[in-house]
Design a protein around this ligand. Sequence first.
Ligand code: FAD
Length: 313
Amino acid sequence: MTRILIVAEHTGGKLNPATAKCVACASKIEGAEVDIAVFAADASAVATQAAALQGVKKVLTVENAANAEPLAAVLAPQVAALAANYTHVFGPSTTFDKDLMPRVAALLGVGQLSDIMAAESAYKFRRPIYAGNAIVSVEAAADKKVVATVRVASFQPVAEGGSAAVEAVSVNAELPTHTRFIERSAAKTGRPDLQTAAKVVSGGRAVGSADNFKIIVGLADKLGAGVGASRAAVDAGYAANDLQVGQTGKIIAPELYVAVGISGAIQHLTGIKDARTIVAINKDPEAPIFEVADIGLVGDLFTIVPELEKALG
Ligand code: FAD
């Protein structure tokens, strides 16, 4: 019997949509029972959202003051303890779970499988290698627990409308004292999060300066979009590091991706492979970005972007 435990990712009482994408991946495995574990000080709001996801059998809440702020070091022994009743432990391939899942795997004495993009069976998965330029099929040992991260860009979230049972559980795990929460400092932009935004506008080297980058932010705000950047724009200091899209930045899958003054290097394209509609604005008609773009606008970004903004009203 395949029993999959998914660790819910949440902040401020809101379940991250990445969790629903993990459920979508787990639900592809025939006959699998899918449960979600919510670690929090007060798990009620998140548990209600998790229980509404279709395909979820049970939501386990692990309430503990130590879980008020998610720390991988603190969560890992608790997840490992809960995993006793499961064959698989999944988490989304977000920054947090890339920290958590290897710790869980180490505690369980198994290797961690990264970036599942398709489940062929309970123990056979497909995942990208070489920055997404090749896909491999990998088979995990069926006599060991599978601890894995799920590539969220490869899955659509499952719909709501489910009614899973919610059960409070306590876990017997020794929590580390070497790591504790001090403070959270996050930029408050009011803009959608780059990794989960339905629309993203990104600027490249051609934007020319940090001051000019306002033109990208302006268009993003008009569209209600998240803001991204190429590595060249980040390296030049035009945009913050956490906005980088691509192989060494964020892998995203928005409905709409607008690439402004970005050439379309393979390392950038890796990050937007699963975007639904790509719009490219570039003054070079031969730019490689036009090979992947659904809509291409050839011209100077400093003319086109203000025109677009004006047209959007
Ligand atoms: P450029 O390649 O310089 O392109 C600028 C584009 O703007 C050109 O096509 C030009 O025609 C156009 N342009 C110029 N002026 C205008 C104008 N006025 N109006 C309209 N268009 C104009 N890159 C990433 O983005 N993300 C990554 O995660 C990443 N990881 C990497 C990892 C490795 C190991 C390596 C080696 C590289 C990585 N890179 C990454 C870098 C990548 O190879 C490219 O160098 C980078 O993506 C180029 O950024 P760009 O398109 O903004 O700049």
